[in-house]
Design a protein. Sequence first.
Lengths: 148, 66
Amino acid sequence: MKTNNYLLPYSYKKVGMWMFLPFAAVCVCRFFNVNIPEVKIPWIAIGDGLFYNGEAELITMLGMLGLLVSLCFIALSREKDEDEMTGQIRMRSFVWSLWFTAIILALAILFIMGLDFLAFTCAAIYLYFLVYILKFNFTMKSIRREVK
Amino acid sequence: MKNTVKVERAIKDITQQELATAVGVSRQTVNSIEAGGYIPSGVLVLKIARYFGKPAESIFSLEEND
């Protein structure tokens, strides 16, 4: 009985890992206002009323997009030995991560104010992926260690 | 849910890896099933039972608190 679990092939995990470091570095630099060059390009998007017609910062945009893609590749690709137990660990890690991020977000709502809160909510989107990846891989590693 | 997979495996004299390959899961899944750490799906229960040539109920049984 085959069911589609919407996961990418295992090779995507390796690609995601290689992509993660440079894009994460760009995002961390932007988050902590480290001086890296800015490349402004004309851009049309949604915002400032209905349409935002102005400039966008290319490095930040590519950094955030690249980080999201790399995290998706790492989080949503199969394991080499993917089976039904891996699926269950995956599901549990998703739930655990959702609870963890929700608690962190609740604390942020209470204790972070102003523009810092907006910056934090943006980072919290990535936090969910990161916590899931850490939880899932830590569980898998401990199970594999038990077998050895 | 308790099971006698380890006993059945010993009777048939096969390794965890051999059973895992035969039923299409990883070795750590077989190890977790034997240790009671993972409750297999209905499909996997039936596959294991078919592999040992016994009814599923003779290998897997419910515990009082299930």
